[in-house]
Design a protein around this ligand. Structure first.
Ligand SMILES: Nc1ncnc2c1ncn2[C@@H]1O[C@H](COP(=O)(O)OP(=O)(O)OP(=O)(O)O)[C@@H](O)[C@H]1O
Ligand SMILES: [Mg+2]
Length: 309
């Protein structure tokens, strides 16, 4: 079973405003809301791939209830704890005339350590050895910086495999709990090691250092350049697929989803490389944060090229 955890979810509200202008009244021509936050995005993509997962999150207020009901309409299983306050609404303004994307992100609600511990307890009481836990995204205000270290260690002790997708000190703290897999992009890996890594060879070298520290698998995504898949004794480079770009938002989340799905269904390393590269590219072809259909992913799979580095 796959469990995803979103400690700082958001209701993504996307509006279309042709010729967005400051200091005047703007008219919205189209509007949609989507449940968001990295773990929730991973759960949505897993569902599109034909898998099942259970999404854990801390929610609040009306926007939290909207997220819950939209996910249930999609048939996703969830375990939420509702807290006082409102889950943040992140407004994305798409201007089809000027070709701009403007994000207005709310700060989100504040949590305390006790809230986090209750959700962790819920998760641990569901976990069995061999389960997969995906920890992804930012932390809400009030969460200790070492939250991911605590969660990674607790889930690993319960015998679960932990996939961590985080940035900055959340990633470096999480690494202290020794996750099974991490998926930094090239910028995140550069920040982690404290120097700008440009080439695939430089990125692979830095990722090998993490394997030595005990992480079993490191996947370094490089946007349109594809990704590196490292485990002890093996480095594969999957080239990026040439596809028309709708939106690159959430491409990395799609890769994490495909990797978790591949692990859960017992796919080989090579099959996981092909599936995750195709899933990333298929989601890049979609607009906004909408997840690609399985058929779109399958259509791209024969085009994936990978080789040892
Ligand atoms: N422009 C693109 N064309 C083709 N494939 C892409 C493109 N951008 C991303 N991808 C695919 O998606 C994967 C993940 O992308 P990326 O490295 O941008 O993730 P990310 O920065 O973690 O994204 P996010 O955190 O926003 O989800 C890449 O390894 C690649 O396979
Ligand atoms: Mg990412």
């Amino acid at each position: 079973m796959i469990y995803t955890v979103t400690l700082n979810p958001a209701l993504d509200k996307t509006v279309e405003i042709p010729n967005l202008t400051l200091d005047t009244v703007n008219r919205i021509t189209e509007m949609r809301t989507d449940p968001g936050g990295k773990g929730i995005n991973v759960s949505k993509v897993i569902a599109k791939l034909g898998g099942t997962s259970k999404a854990f999150a801390l929610l609040g207020g009306e926007s939290g209830r909207t997220i819950q009901s939209e996910l249930h309409q999609m048939g996703l299983s969830t375990s939420f704890r509702f807290l006082p306050g409102q889950t943040r609404t992140n407004l994305k303004i798409v201007d089809p005339v000027r070709h701009t994307n403007t994000d207005l992100n709310e700060p989100g609600m504040e949590v305390c350590e006790g809230d986090l511990n209750l959700l962790l307890h819920d998760l641990l009481s569901d976990l069995h050895p061999g389960d997969i836990v995906v920890l992804a995204g930012s932390l809400p205000a009030g969460a200790p910086r070492d939250t991911y270290k605590t969660w990674v260690s607790a889930c690993r002790s319960a015998g679960a495999k932990v996939f961590l997708d985080a940035d900055g000190d959340l990633l470096s703290e999480g690494l202290k709990g020794v996750p099974t897999l991490i998926k930094p992009n090239n910028d995140e890996l550069s920040r982690l090691v404290g120097r700008k890594l440009e080439t695939a060879a430089e990125l692979a070298e830095a990722a090998k250092g993490l394997l030595e520290a005990g992480v079993e698998r490191v996947v370094v995504s490089m946007g349109g350049r594809g990704a590196l898949y490292l485990r002890n004794g093996s480095t594969l480079y999957a080239e990026g697929l040439q596809v028309p770009v709708g939106s690159t938002v959430g491409a990395g989340d799609s890769v994490v989803a495909a990797l978790a799905f591949a692990e859960d269904t017992g796919l080989s390393e090579e099959e996981a490389v092909v599936l995750s590269t195709a899933t990333g590219a298929a989601n890049v072809m979609c607009s906004g944060t909408q997840a690609a259909e399985r058929a779109q992913v399958e259509a791209l799979m024969p085009r994936v090229v990978y080789h040892p580095l």
